[in-house]
Design a protein around this ligand. Sequence first.
Ligand SMILES: NC(=O)c1ccc[n+]([C@@H]2O[C@H](COP(=O)([O-])OP(=O)(O)OC[C@H]3O[C@@H](n4cnc5c(N)ncnc54)[C@H](O)[C@@H]3O)[C@@H](O)[C@H]2O)c1
Length: 261
Amino acid sequence: MATGGAFEGRTAIVTGASRGIGEAIAIQLRDEGATVFSIDPLAPETPQDGIRYLEGDVSDAASVETAFAAVDAATGRLDVLVNNAGIQRVALAQNMAHADWRAVIDTHLTGMFLCAAEAIRRMRPRRKGAIVSIASAAGIVGIPGRGPYSAAKAGIMSLTRVLALENGTANIRVNAVAPGFTRTKLIEQGIKDGSIRSEWQLERVPMNRLAEPSEIADAVLYLASDKASYITGQTLVVDGGWTVQGINHVPDWLNADLSEG
Ligand SMILES: NC(=O)c1ccc[n+]([C@@H]2O[C@H](COP(=O)([O-])OP(=O)(O)OC[C@H]3O[C@@H](n4cnc5c(N)ncnc54)[C@H](O)[C@@H]3O)[C@@H](O)[C@H]2O)c1
C-alpha cells in the first residue's frame, strides 16, 4: 500500500472492478493509499495486488448487504463508494425482451440505489463520505438500441442530484462521471457483435480517439477526493467533446480562414 496518498487510511468500495473502468478506478484508489474492495459476480481476469475481491451482484439486495457486511468486518469504515458495475443489451424497444430491459435497469440504476443506501447508512454517523457513480454520455444524447441503458444512465444522474440534496448537511458528497466511448471489453463486445462501429465513434468525437479507462478513473478520483470538497450533485462529462457538438464538421471556408490567421 502507498503511503501519503490522497486516500491514505480510507476504505473504498468499487462495484464491478474485475475489469475495465472499475479495475482502473480500483488500482488508482489503491495507489493513493485506500483499502479497496470490489463487488463483482465475475472473478478478476488479472487479480490486482492489494484489491479485495468480493463476489456479489449489485442488483440483488441480499447480495449487496452481505458484501457491505464483509467490508464492515474487515475495516469498520466506509469513505468512498464508486458505483461502476454495468452491462449492455442492444435492441430496438419494440423487440427488446422484458428480461433484458430489467437486467440493464436493475444492474445500473437499482444497483446504484442499493449500494448508495448501504453506504449512506454507514457514512452519516461519521459525517463524511463520497459517492461517485458512472453514468454515460448515452444518458445525455440518444443512441438507438440502447433504451434501458440510456434511461438507466439518465436515472443515475438524476438520483445523484437527489442523494446530494438528501445528504448535503451530513457532509456526504454525491457526484457522477459520464464517460464517452472508452476502450474496454464492453466496447470490444459491441464492435465484435456489430452494434458499434469504431469509425462511427471516432467520427463523432472531436478529440478523435477513445478514452482510456485510466482517464475516466482520474475524474472519479478527483470527485471522490478532498480536492472536490465543495462539489456535490454534479455530473462530470468525460467524453472527448462528443456531447457538446452541434455540427461535427468545420466547413472548408472556416478552415481556410483559420490557416491564414
Ligand atoms: N466502455 C465505455 O465506453 C463506457 C462508456 C460510458 C459508460 N460506461 C460505464 O462504465 C462502467 C464500466 O464499464 P466497462 O466498459 O468497464 O465494462 P466491462 O464490461 O469491462 O466491466 C463491467 C464490470 O461490471 C461487472 N458487473 C456486471 N454486472 C454486475 C453486477 N450485477 N454486480 C456487480 N458487478 C457487475 C462485470 O462483471 C464487469 O467486471 C459501466 O457502468 C458502463 O456502463 C462505459
